[in-house]
Design a protein around this ligand. Sequence first.
Ligand code: ZN
Length: 375
Amino acid sequence: MPLNWNDEHIPSKADKTTDILGLKEIGGVGQLVYHPFRFKEYTYSLNGKDQLVYPVCKVGQEPEFPSPEGLTGKELLISLCNLAKVIDSNDNKVPKEQLILKWCKDNMHPYRVDLIYAELSQDFNINSVEADLVERDGIFEIDRFMKDLGNLYNAVRFYVALEGLIYSDDEIAYNLYEEGRYFESYNYFEKYKHTEPDIPDEVLKQIEASSKSIVETMQRTKEYTDTHSVHQPPEGEFDFNFNHNPYDDYDKLRSKLVEFIPDFNMRLKFNSTTGRFDFSAEIDSVFDIAWYTLARMISEDPALENRQREETRPEGIMICCRHCGKFLIRRSNRQEFCDSEECQRARNARKQMAYRKRKAGNDSEKKRKQRKTKE
Ligand SMILES: [Zn+2]
């Protein structure tokens, strides 16, 4: 039987008339079985031009096995995105290598997770050559981690921005494109900020006079508007108005996002918590876990036409804090800010401002009406 995010059983919603077997039709496919373990220490050094990370597996520094319940796919996804955010920030002073190794020590070893777990669990003897084998199999490149992290971070930011559009919250989409220190985010929303200029009469006349056909005229006027389109800066601090609504292209943008999600191989895996075999995605790295979690989120989103009703906005989806931009899983469908004191203060300030704006609007409306009745 399938489980929801809170690991409660959900009744089968299998549609007997369909030929497509989705997650809801085959119980258990949505589960992800993986075995977290972490090394207590790493070293890193340059090998030619590659920066390599070496895990330490020695007596006194035995790998640990955190409980899988304490390290869900959702939590790994969120914490990888927040790691990316810190690494990419221009304010961050800690070298990226240190941040990555700290993440690995706090969470789990990132690569070849199934293989190393198997090596560690079958009568493992840390005083033997087996420990050397584990150390060797655990080596990974910082560059590879950075590349995997950047790809994931970009897709997640795009996902969160697209989610916002559905609820007329354009802020994240509006601010999506930026050059960070390492990761350059997608620029899919940039074109919606531009306004197309009116073509001056004399330019139009000139194009028409020198074009050989209507098609050429059209091409050249389009070239003109493309090269002369203006980027309108927002009018106020909280003004995130696109000139064209990207929501109109939602399906197209969404397909773009789905293109970035890698394919998964499925196979039977032994789930030690249930003592059963589950049909699960093949997992090699923490990034596979994160991608799979994101894919599952997307596959569980309701159809577009059911989503605009506020009450159907599912709980437990990923958002960025409106103030600090940190990724989090929302506890209620109204949550927009993280719990930090500063962000809660910002939340109250915004609420007050919205109230004042509304009140000012109401007052001027009242005055207008009063004036009208006097006339
Ligand atoms: Zn925050």
